[in-house]
Design a binder for this molecule. Structure first.
Ligand SMILES: [Zn+2]
Length: 453
């Protein structure tokens, strides 16, 4: 009886997520599934927030008031203070999240690669256990969360923004079994021009930055480095940039709020993960935005709302690859034999786990496609070190007094990080980027190396 009611509830909730209305009409007792995990796997909602810089978020100490919906959910969730992305681009981060493998292990290392066919994804596995699966994204930009990069695998529905909510619901039969929904919210993104409403800026320095960014051609000076230089003598310009950023942040938060409103009372019947795919630099080290291997980009917000569990903060280092084995455990599903992520269930239950550095990768194919080149970042607490693949050069950083700055090398961190790269990297074949793609990516400010601290 309970199961039948739960199924009806899920069916209604699924429709509500697709249409955005009416999710609260058939409530079941809060935590019902949690007491009966063995017989009724949970609904799972993953919301990934593009470019969410940790220090601007209220739940992480931000004071601009831009994230009321996230903060309210965080207050009743498990909040991770040291969560890390495994890449510095949207697509690389999402591939790691959905496969539980580091970039070198899942194949999606950059703008021209895809998730390797041999690597199972979270939705593919959950489908084997009867889940219905849906993903959608609010943007279709280069390097984003795109079906053509392999992200559509395992999803019953994968909708890019050209498909309306009404279109989705018209073509989708609501299921009678548990569901996985993955939503990528991309309201926050350089040049912080939310909904195209702020193509210009009253601050002359920021206006010049916008102009330089728009007209940038290959070989032009980096507009981000230029504007970051201005911040040293013009604090008003920095304030103006942060105002733009916070407006974008607030827009993303409102979209998260719409999703949570759709869940309504059913929130207590759903595992909700809200996580940054990557952060953003806001003038530090001459950088704005993401795409460079630096701790401001790799350090992300992550909360898990687990019905029946008390809210608390976790200071252990975790990363996006840990979500897949954790969610499979919650769903009583068997994880893949080869995985890089760890099951965080002990942490979620308040039990200690062994400390492991997070791995963040910035890789490209070597010219002959026979090897991966680039940098591995290793993060643990307030320590960060990035090393090139040959190990000839490492750059160490530490977080103190509210900022990341140059620090003494940490050989133990690097050794532990490298040891955790225990699985075999795939032989990434793929194709070379076309010249047009290379220019588009460079113009967007990506393909940076590792900046000086
Ligand atoms: Zn992103």
């Amino acid at each position: 009886m309970v199961r039948a009611q739960t199924r009806r509830h899920r069916r209604t909730l699924w429709s509500a997520l697709l249409t955005g209305v009416g999710g609260a009409s058939l409530a079941v007792a809060a935590g019902a599934w949690w007491q009966h995990t063995g017989e009724s796997p949970p609904n799972i909602l993953i919301v990934t927030m593009c470019s969410w810089r940790l220090e601007r978020i209220g739940a992480y100490g931000g004071t601009s008031g831009s994230t009321p919906r996230f903060d309210a959910l965080a207050a009743k969730s498990i909040v991770f203070d040291h969560a890390w992305s495994n890449g510095v681009y949207t697509s690389v981060a999402h591939a790691a999240l959905l496969t539980g493998r580091y970039p070198e292990g899942n194949g999606l290392i950059d703008a021209t690669s895809t998730i390797d066919r041999s690597v199972p994804t979270l939705p593919e596995i959950l489908k084997l256990y009867g889940y219905h699966t849906l993903a959608w994204t609010t943007a279709n930009a280069p390097l984003s969360f795109r079906a053509q990069d392999g992200f559509e695998r395992g999803f019953d529905r994968f909708d890019q923004p050209e498909t309306s909510a009404q279109g989705r619901v018209a073509r989708f039969a609501p299921p009678e079994s548990p569901w996985l929904a993955v939503a990528h919210v991309k309201d926050t993104h350089v040049p912080y021009d939310v909904d195209g409403q702020s193509a210009n800026d009253p601050n002359p320095v920021i206006q010049e930055w916008l102009t330089r960014t728009r007209r940038r051609l290959p070989g032009d000076p980096d507009p981000d480095a230029w504007v970051a230089e201005q911040f040293a003598t013009d604090p008003e310009a920095k304030t103006a940039l942060l105002r733009r950023y916070d407006a974008d942040l607030h827009s993303g938060d409102a979209r998260l709020g719409e999703l949570l409103d759709t869940l309504g009372d059913q929130l207590e019947d759903t595992v909700v993960i809200v996580v940054g795919d990557h952060g953003d630099a806001l003038g530090e080290h001459g950088r704005i935005g993401h795409g460079a291997l630096e701790p401001e980009v790799a350090h992300v917000a992550m909360i898990i709302h687990l019905p029946g569990e008390s809210p608390r903060r976790v200071t252990d280092d975790v990363s996006l690859v840990d979500l897949m084995p954790t969610l499979l455990d919650l769903a009583n599903a068997t994880p893949p034999a080869v995985r890089d992520g760890r099951d965080l269930m002990p942490l979620l239950r308040g039990q200690p786990v062994a400390a492991v550095p997070a791995v963040v990768q910035f890789l490209r194919r070597a010219p002959q496609h026979t090897a991966l080149i680039g940098w591995d970042g290793f993060a643990q607490g307030d320590r960060w070190e990035a090393c090139d693949r040959e190990g000839h050069l490492c750059r160490a950083w530490a977080f103190s007094a509210g900022a990341w700055s140059s620090a003494a090398p940490d050989a133990a961190l690097v050794a532990e990080g490298r040891a955790s790269l225990k699985n075999t990297a795939l032989s990434v074949e793929g194709r070379a980027a076309t010249e047009a793609e290379r220019n588009a990516i460079r113009t967007a400010g990506y393909w940076q190396a590792v900046p000086e601290p």
